[in-house]
Design a protein. Structure first.
Length: 142
């Protein structure tokens, strides 16, 4: 585990466009983002949810670029404090030698200067879990 960056990745048996649309949907993230459950839309690409870890409120702003299959998530405890620390990237499977109608999904996290070791570790472990939740929801559809 790096001190400044963490990534989790998995091959998913759906087309890249399907995975991208799912990851860019702020309300669908309520199905897999453990730090922001029970999402509600409160503005243009702006959402609020509740952490399953401590019940705290989290705010999320989504910036999605369909041409790059890249989603940036600005996340924080208030509208005034939302650093862009999380991203999701989708790569079409065939570009990496995987079957057609598959893709590789990667969650990326950067550590802020003031983040405690405990919160950083929790965030990294969470990503390692969430990547498998994403795979399950996309492939099984539950």
């Amino acid at each position: 585990m790096s001190a400044l960056f963490h990534g989790s990745t998995v091959v998913v048996a759906v087309p890249a466009e399907t995975a991208f649309a799912y990851l860019a949907d702020g309300l669908k993230q309520s199905e897999w983002a453990l730090g922001s459950w029970h999402r509600e839309k409160i503005g243009e690409q702006l959402f609020r949810g509740t952490s399953l870890f401590d019940g705290s409120e989290a705010f999320i702003r989504i910036s999605a670029d369909e041409s790059l299959l890249l989603v940036d998530y600005a996340v924080g405890p208030s509208l005034e404090q939302m650093p862009r620390v999380n991203s999701a990237r989708v790569v079409p499977g065939p570009l990496l030698g995987y079957p057609a109608d598959s893709c590789v999904v990667t969650l990326m996290k950067w550590r802020t200067a003031g983040q405690s070791d405990a919160l950083w570790e929790r965030g990294c472990v969470t990503f390692d879990t969430e990547i498998h939740m994403i795979k399950g929801r996309l492939e099984v559809g539950f």
